[in-house]
Write a protein that binds this ligand. Structure first.
Ligand SMILES: *[C@@H]1O[C@H](CO)[C@@H](O)[C@H](O)[C@H]1NC(C)=O
Ligand SMILES: *[C@@H]1O[C@H](CO)[C@@H](O)[C@H](O)[C@H]1NC(C)=O
Ligand SMILES: *[C@@H]1O[C@H](CO)[C@@H](O)[C@H](O)[C@H]1NC(C)=O
Length: 252
């Protein structure tokens, strides 16, 4: 643990571009539906989403891995199905895999080319919590196993996983809208689970301006009467709460 922490600290010390790391600012929204949010933001509430591809979350049933920040999902990108394994790390006690932290490309959104699988890391901010998350996405391309060896190794660096116990929760419709919020490009995303609309607004910002943008947009959303969730947390966590599960199903 200490070794990993030192690696994280040295990364920041060594990387002069540290302040240009991108942050993904997120607001978990509690309003009834996307049309209500669009209307409150002064947008055309009947506008079509730019993207509609559904998403399926995987976990044990009842869900156990999610509570430690480990997520499994199947989604569609440009018409192609892919599987994704994502892990959240607490940067103050970072146990993030070294290979990600050592990679100078870890600036938030860089896609490392020339690999069959896509590695992606972001700094996520929900409320006052900032965490570091990495994921491996891999096109299914007719493959029988949902999870590749690389994804399995990655997940198991965080926690041992009983892969055969993972079941799908979904299919959840997941429309997204592009918005312009106080001059910032934003995406509103709605995961539909039965009657629930788990909505989120995302704005990408450079780290050095992150706090200012976060405060600016939070104030604006308040002025517009947008109802934010009492607890600001990722959609997958909200989904499992919404369907009646909590941390009591945690395995470790
Ligand atoms: C709102 O969006 C709908 C659906 O795309 C469109 O038909 C309508 O013309 C738009 N209204 C305005 C005021 O832009
Ligand atoms: C957002 O809208 C404002 C005002 O219409 C415009 O000046 C600005 O360029 C837009 N920003 C983005 C990122 O689209
Ligand atoms: C947010 O920033 C915009 C653009 O700089 C500014 O016009 C607006 O007043 C700010 N809003 C708040 C609530 O700080």
């Amino acid at each position: 643990m200490l070794r990993h922490l030192l690696i994280v600290l040295s990364l920041f010390a060594l990387c002069p571009l540290g302040k240009f790391f991108k942050l993904s600012l997120q607001w978990a929204i509690y309003d009834t539906d996307p049309q209500t949010v669009l209307r409150k933001l002064g947008e055309n509430s009947t506008q079509e989403p730019y993207k509609k591809a559904p998403i399926t979350y995987y976990n044990t049933n009842p869900p156990s891995y999610i509570w430690d920040g480990l997520m499994f999902r199947i989604k569609t990108r440009r018409g192609e199905e892919l599987s994704a394994v994502k892990a959240h790390f607490d940067p103050s006690a970072s146990d993030a895999p070294e290979r990600f932290l050592w990679n100078q490309e870890v600036d938030g959104n860089t896609i490392i080319p020339d690999v069959p699988e896509r590695f992606r890391c972001v700094w996520d901010r929900y409320g006052n919590d900032i965490s570091f998350a990495c994921q491996i996405q891999s096109l299914l391309a007719g493959r029988k196993e949902l999870w590749t060896d690389e994804q399995v190794r990655f997940a198991e660096r965080c926690q041992s996983v009983t892969w055969g116990d993972l079941v799908g929760f979904g299919l959840n419709p997941n429309p997204k809208w592009r918005l312009n919020v106080t001059g910032h490009r934003a995406v509103m995303d709605d995961v539909q689970a039965g009657l629930f609309h788990l909505m989120e607004l995302e704005v990408k910002a450079f780290k050095y301006e992150g706090e200012e943008v976060y405060q600016n947009i939070s104030t604006y959303l308040g002025e517009r009467g947008i109802v934010l969730c009492y607890k600001q947390e990722p959609k997958t966590v909200r989904l499992f709460h919404a369907i009646g599960y909590d941390r009591s199903y945690r395995l470790v």
